[in-house]
Design a protein around this ligand. Structure first.
Ligand SMILES: C[S@@+](CC[C@H](N)C(=O)[O-])C[C@H]1O[C@@H](n2cnc3c(N)ncnc32)[C@H](O)[C@@H]1O
Length: 274
């Protein structure tokens, strides 16, 4: 077992540089059928990986335009919730092009490591000028190549909804965290207030796909997937319960953006906790 970025990797820090399944010639389209039940698709992981590979060149631009720049503030709150100190190790799961890692690097002196399975997203992760070293590894969040109990904080921004197996993803976060380690998750949700919910659905379901079509010219209906996957994802209180079921304690969640974004936090209990 080698160490890279302060993390004890179970595979020498190589993650999954080689695809364990063939790369699709074209990203599968989220057609009407698949969008009916995006979380139930048997090939969800393959679709998600291919979708983000295809979106990578314009991913950050659409995010910034689509959220009117608010996404930076959500990530700053997540960084504060992670509360990482000097010498600690933070693992950012589903790091994508590195937005969350850059926010962490700007605010914490911790050692930073990111994992993501989409090669093209990782290829655009640039940490020039970061005050701390940042490492990224291509790996599946459902099979992290990281030893048990070695990470001080896990962050995951807008990744959990994309997991093919949500409970397994949370169990992996729990496994790699040391006792008293923190998990911090950002995820979209549907606002509970009926008015905000209608406006939100209009915005995410109609306007955002239009914006993305203009900016990214994607033809795989990725932003229709975004809207449907939020609409059919579990409510915030369920995800909070899932964190507790995974073993986390002191679980809290608070909404931002009129309920459209939720910040979850939990703590892995000490080893001797009953
Ligand atoms: C919406 S993007 C979020 C990227 C980044 N965290 C941010 O805040 O901009 C979701 C990312 O999760 C990654 N992802 C989804 N499921 C994954 C999995 N099982 N293992 C690794 N990465 C995954 C995708 O490749 C994509 O880069």
């Amino acid at each position: 077992m080698l160490c890279t970025g302060g993390v004890a990797w179970t595979d020498g820090g190589q993650g999954c540089p080689r695809r364990d399944r063939p790369a699709p010639a074209r990203a599968p389209v989220w057609d009407r059928d698949a969008l009916r039940d995006p979380h139930g698709q048997p090939d969800k992981a393959l679709r998600v990986e291919a979708m983000f590979d295809a979106l990578a060149p314009t991913y950050e631009l659409v995010n910034t335009l689509g959220s009117l720049g608010r996404d930076a503030a959500w990530r700053r709150r997540a960084v504060a919730a992670a509360g990482a100190a000097a010498g600690e190790v933070v693992l950012d799961i589903c790091c994508g092009t590195g937005d969350m890692l850059r926010a962490l690097a700007a605010a914490t002196p911790a050692l930073l490591v990111g994992v993501d399975f989409a090669e093209q997203m990782l290829a655009r992760a640039n940490f020039a000028g970061a005050r701390v070293p940042v490492h990224v590894v291509r790996a599946d969040a459902l099979r992290l190549p990281v030893a048990d109990d070695v990470v001080d904080a896990v962050t995951c921004a807008f990744g959990v909804r994309n997991f093919a197996d949500g409970p397994r993803g949370l169990a992996e976060m729990y496994r790699v965290l040391r006792p008293r380690g923190r998990v911090v998750i950002l995820e979209f949700a549907q606002p509970e207030h009926p008015l905000w919910r209608v406006l939100y659905r209009l915005y995410v379901g109609r306007l955002l796909p239009l914006l993305a079509a203009v900016v990214s010219r994607e033809r795989i209906r990725a932003y229709h997937y975004l809207a449907r996957s939020i609409r059919t994802f579990e409510p915030a209180r369920n995800l909070a319960l899932r964190l507790e079921t995974a073993g986390f304690r002191e679980v809290t969640w608070r909404t931002m953006n009129f309920g459209g974004v939720v910040l979850y936090r939990g703590v892995k209990p000490p080893a001797d906790a009953g």
